[in-house]
Design a protein around this ligand. Structure first.
Ligand SMILES: Cc1cc2nc3c(=O)[nH]c(=O)nc-3n(C[C@H](O)[C@H](O)[C@H](O)COP(=O)(O)OP(=O)(O)OC[C@H]3O[C@@H](n4cnc5c(N)ncnc54)[C@H](O)[C@@H]3O)c2cc1C
Length: 399
């Protein structure tokens, strides 16, 4: 008779920032035996391709609290191990569209009521922050000074650096086979096998297929997002606020070593995370150039260093899926971040671990109500993703 695979308390599938943060929080809470599995390497998915902007200028109180908690975790991890991976630089967004300006103002009032420190900024305030910009026609802008930029792959690595000495086993390599197995899940990957009492699917854009294979399909849509690093002309300071031009949906951040990183929202078609075009395309680069020409002319002659794409995961209501999915096999998930997973992963993982350890019916479950993975009735159609850095919540933001 074949020997039964070893049983572990928790298997985490995916070593992006979300899976790594789960491993860290579980280990710190002595959650038993924990295996983190990824067929690739840590941060091989969207995490290793992300811009790393961490802002609490988000859509509702849950997002704000989770982003603030992520920010505290990342700052502390980097302070302990790698201060170069974290900088508090602020975040500014602006528009020349009067209707979007009203939306900015409403967002500012909403954010302030949740304790987010954001201020209205006038033209002089924008020019002071970005002396190479041109803001004559801007009619609305807000800025926060608490926002940060991080190196997302470093954050994932630091979570693992602290989780491994606490007993988390990491398995990397060889595609996984997962299946329902009695009251848990069986996993075969990296040449090994296990049976898990609790399983967390934290597989980013791969979560759609993985959850479906475990009999728990969710209406997720993987989609492509692009970014580029550029070398601006001499004179750009090493550290400046991250910015978002609402009218072109282009955002940028300082990247260190005389570089900037810029990106734009969302490609509104489904992508296959195993077969997407990993380099930036001409339309993206033209949109970037156009945004710089009109708004940041001092950067027009920036030299392109590298342009790339990554795959994010959307949900029909643009809220992530964090929580219990199928209690019969101990299945949980943390995915569907709609392009904002770096800034929310640490805080969301901490809340998910609270929920796993507390069980159903308590305050931890209540904290995850708005992101409950079971909230979509069976048969809910997956929807094409919405634009990225929006000001408004809901499933159909105008800006
Ligand atoms: C260009 C770009 C810019 C971005 N900028 C920002 C930003 O500024 N701020 C922000 O907050 N977010 C940003 N994002 C979004 C952010 O990158 C994601 O939301 C976040 O990284 C998702 O993390 P994750 O751990 O859920 O998924 P991922 O990082 O995609 O990790 C999933 C992991 O699962 C693994 N996996 C696949 N199949 C399996 C399997 N069968 N079993 C186990 N593991 C599996 C993969 O190998 C991968 O390592 C950006 C994304 C892109 C592409």
């Amino acid at each position: 008779m074949a020997a039964r695979s070893p049983t572990v308390d928790v298997a985490i599938l995916g070593a992006g920032i979300a899976g790594a943060a789960c491993a860290y929080h579980l280990a710190r809470r002595n959650a038993g035996s924990i295996v983190l599995y990824d067929p690739r390497t840590p941060a091989a998915g969207a995490t290793g391709r992300a811009a790393g902007i961490v802002t609490d200028q988000l859509w509702d109180r849950w997002d704000v609290e989770v982003a603030q908690s992520s920010d505290r975790q990342y700052e502390a991890l980097c302070r302990r191990h790698d201060p170069s991976a974290y900088a508090r630089n602020g975040f500014v967004r602006w528009t020349a569209n009067p209707i979007a300006a009203e939306a900015i103002d409403a967002a500012r009032a909403r954010l302030r009521s949740w304790g987010v420190s954001v201020e209205r900024v006038d033209r002089a305030g924008l020019e002071r922050r970005f002396p190479w910009g041109r803001f004559e026609d801007v009619v609305g802008a807000i800025a926060g000074d608490r926002d940060a930029v991080v190196t997302p792959s470093t954050i994932a690595a630091l979570y693992l650096k602290e989780a491994e000495p606490l007993g988390v086993e990491t398995w990397f390599g060889a595609p996984a086979a997962v299946r329902r197995d009695g009251a848990g899940v069986a996993l075969r990957g990296a040449g090994r096998e296990l049976h898990a009492r609790t399983t967390i699917v934290a597989a980013g854009a791969w979560s759609k297929a993985l959850l479906a294979s475990l009999g728990a399909p969710r209406p997720l849509v993987p989609y492509r997002v692009q970014a580029a690093t550029l070398r601006p002309p001499p004179g750009t300071p090493a550290l400046f606020a991250s910015g978002h031009d609402i009218d072109t949906d282009v955002y940028f951040r300082p990247e260190g070593a005389g570089r900037i990183l810029a990106g734009d929202g969302t490609e509104r078609v489904e992508a296959d995370p195993d077969r997407f075009v990993p380099v930036g395309d001409a339309t993206f680069l033209e949109n970037l150039a156009e945004s710089f020409r009109t708004r940041l002319p001092g950067w027009e002659s920036s030299e392109m260093i590298r342009a790339w794409a990554g795959v994010c995961t959307s949900t029909p209501d643009r809220r992530p899926l964090v929580g219990a999915l199928d209690p019969a096999i101990g299945l949980y998930t943390i995915t569907g971040f709609n392009g904002f997973g770096v800034m929310r992963a640490g805080g969301a993982a901490e809340r998910l671990v609270d929920r796993i350890l507390q069980g159903p019916g308590g305050a931890a479950e209540e904290h995850l109500r708005s992101v409950d993975p079971r909230r979509f009735p069976a048969g809910t159609e997956a929807r094409i993703p919405r634009p990225g850095f929006t000001l408004e919540g809901g499933d159909d933001p105008r800006f």
